[in-house]
Design a protein around this ligand. Structure first.
Ligand SMILES: Nc1ncnc2c1ncn2[C@@H]1O[C@H](COP(=O)(O)OP(=O)(O)O)[C@@H](O)[C@H]1O
Ligand SMILES: [Mg+2]
Length: 324
């Protein structure tokens, strides 16, 4: 399979909140702190991790919506961090994002038809005369009636709005869709419908999908591979079933155990994940997970953990296999 997206050692820093004039050495929030991942054409990669670990920042930095301070973002082999205007235009034409809040992602003053038509015009996807037919087709693709083109977002349900968000992403005819917590704001029954829609569209159109969520059950249903993020880094990556059934990083193991409904037969954790995730303002030394890790060794607090890559799986830990 050809690699569509390759992220190497990416760093994104924000100025720390509260830094004033007297702050001579302004502190930085290391929101993404050396993240690396790969996504093949047509593949769905789930990106999971606790709130604040840097998932949204990583997504935005991949799409060049947030500046990154170092690393590489290779899209189809070209580094978009060093990209010129033509590269960035191509990135915009070939990628699309679906957001968490379907209402605020749509302009409330525009009719649904206008929202979709605008994308088609800007991206010059079809001749002007064919735009209304394409708008109707896009609405059909996401299971909405063509009449909805006349309505404004305020008169639609959350699920309908998210379908419009997906239609807008599809209007770009992207090779990669980044969906950031795109079902988190919806009712559970509607979540299932949207996930099934994404699954169907993915199979039909061969889209690559970077699917950000804290819901591991959804990842298991929708994705081929999963990347587990902790404090700005990917700590484990691999095929979904293998990672969930046989986690190799202690953080993945703790996450999987804490989600009882992935496998109702699995017993609840005897030692659930202790403590809060640390602050990206002052990441712990060595392996960032070591203060919460029940398998930590003395050296985990000093050196970076070694990487293990084997049989399509990756994890970064002092232990080559999860200790019992
Ligand atoms: N625009 C910003 N300015 C300053 N700090 C930010 C900004 N966006 C995110 N952060 C910080 O970066 C870290 C990662 O945030 P985020 O990427 O939103 O995590 P996630 O999506 O995994 O919940 C958090 O500590 C957050 O407070
Ligand atoms: Mg987020």
């Amino acid at each position: 399979m050809t690699t569509l997206l390759q992220v190497n050692d990416l760093h994104v820093q924000f100025p720390a909140p509260g830094g004033g004039l007297l702050n001579l050495r302004p502190r930085k929030v290391n929101a993404v702190n050396g993240a690396s991942l790969n996504l093949s054409a047509g593949q769905a990669l789930g990106l999971v991790g606790e709130s604040g670990c840097g998932k949204s920042t990583l997504a935005r930095a991949i799409l060049q919506l947030t500046p990154s301070s170092s690393g590489q973002v290779l899209f189809d082999g070209s580094d978009m961090r060093q990209g010129n205007r033509v590269d960035i235009e191509r990135l915009r034409r070939e990628t699309a994002m679906i957001f968490q809040d379907p209402y605020s992602a749509l302009n409330p003053r525009q009719r649904i038809g206008q929202i979709l038509a605008e994308v088609l015009q800007v991206q010059r996807k079809v001749p002007a005369a064919q735009i209304p037919a394409r708008v109707a087709e896009l609405l059909g693709l996401v299971g909405l009636r063509a009449e909805l083109a006349e309505r404004k977002p305020g008169s639609l349900s959350g699920g309908q709005c998210q379908r419009v968000g997906i239609a807008r992403a599809l209007a770009v005819e992207p090779r990669l869709i980044v969906a950031d917590e795109c079902v988190a704001a919806l009712d559970v029954s509607i979540q299932g419908q949207i996930i099934n829609l994404l699954l169907e569209l993915r199979q039909r159109m061969g889209l690559a999908l970077l699917f950000i969520t804290h819901d591991l059950g959804v990842v298991r249903h929708l994705c081929d591979r999963v990347a587990v993020m902790y404090l700005g880094r990917i700590v484990e990556e691999g095929p979904v079933a293998e990672v969930f059934d046989d986690p190799r990083h202690p953080y993945t193991a703790a996450l999987v155990q804490s989600i009882a409904d992935i496998d109702p037969a699995r017993r609840l954790p005897q030692q659930p994940l202790a403590g809060e995730p640390p602050s990206p303002l002052q990441p712990p030394s060595g392996c960032a997970f070591h203060p919460r890790c029940r398998h930590a060794l003395p050296q985990c607090g000093t050196g970076m953990p070694p990487s293990h890559a084997e049989g399509g799986r990756y994890h970064a830990c002092v232990h080559p296999r999860l200790p019992c």
